[in-house]
Ligand binder design. Structure first.
Ligand SMILES: Nc1ncnc2c1ncn2[C@@H]1O[C@H](COP(=O)(O)OP(=O)(O)OP(=O)(O)O)[C@@H](O)[C@H]1O
Ligand SMILES: Nc1nc(=O)c2ncn([C@H]3C[C@H](O)[C@@H](CO)O3)c2[nH]1
Length: 206
């Protein structure tokens, strides 16, 4: 059976993934798998002390996303119904490779592959790239208290990690189709014409 479009919107913290995925979900009338942030018990502690809390946090994200894809995503994918998500499961590894070290990273990698290698992966990725100043501005404006003390160096590293991670996905076989959005210049929130251009570009990929 041909896989129905499984679209993931990706990009570093504050790039606008949830915003754009929600807008595309409404516009294209696709069900959306949405990341749950508020119920994460470790995020607050993680931003206060990354080394101390990274393993708990990465495992929490991994198990949560695994369960969410199992409970909701697979229902659509197995019925060959299109679906859009505001994350790609691979983001877990992008973050974990940055926040974990040594034995914990090794254990994490094994669990990650065990859980995800046989899962259906998005075949279309909308990748929002944005530079540090843009992301810091959006994080400030969004105002989640636990993110306000985030070390800009951490975010800067993640921007590079994301570029490499998306490049890695592009080299897989079968390769996902990737639409890159310049998040510094394209304002899909305020500028209707720019949003419509993204919609039209996504439709071309479906
Ligand atoms: N193109 C844009 N122009 C202006 N503001 C934007 C744009 N995209 C997103 N925003 C705003 O930036 C903030 C971050 O957006 P959003 O929560 O969608 O990011 P995200 O990538 O899902 O974040 P996270 O990585 O934390 O899940 C929100 O306040 C949103 O309204
Ligand atoms: N360490 C770490 N690993 C992840 O897999 C991950 N996914 C998201 N986040 C952070 C970014 C936002 O602050 C907030 C909401 O996306 O959670 C993560 N942090």
């Amino acid at each position: 059976m041909k896989q129905a479009p499984f679209i993931a919107v990706e990009g570093p913290i504050g790039a606008g993934k949830t915003t754009l995925a929600s807008m595309l979900s409404t516009e294209l009338q696709l069900p959306m798998i949405k990341e749950i942030v508020e119920e994460n018990p470790f995020l607050d502690k993680f931003y206060q002390n990354i080394d101390e809390w990274s393993f708990q946090l990465e495992m929490f994200f991994l198990c949560n996303r695994y369960k969410q894809l199992e409970d909701t995503g697979l229902q659509y994918i197995e019925k060959a119904q299109p679906v859009i998500s505001d994350y790609h499961i691979y983001k877990n590894l992008i973050f974990a490779e940055r926040t974990l070290k040594g034995v914990k990273l090794e254990k994490y990698r094994q669990i990650y592959h065990l859980l995800t290698d046989d899962m259906p992966k998005p075949d279309i990725i909308v990748y929002i790239r944005a530079d540090l100043d843009t992301l810091l501005g959006r994080i400030r404006k969004r105002g989640r208290s636990f993110e306000q003390e985030m070390d800009p160096a951490y975010l800067e590293q993640l921007i590079t990690d994301y570029d490499k991670g998306i490049q890695f996905l592009a080299e897989q076989s079968p390769a996902p189709r990737i639409l890159t959005v310049n998040g510094n210049e394209i304002d899909f929130v305020e500028n209707q014409a720019q949003f419509e251009q993204i919609v039209s570009d996504v439709k071309e990929l479906i």
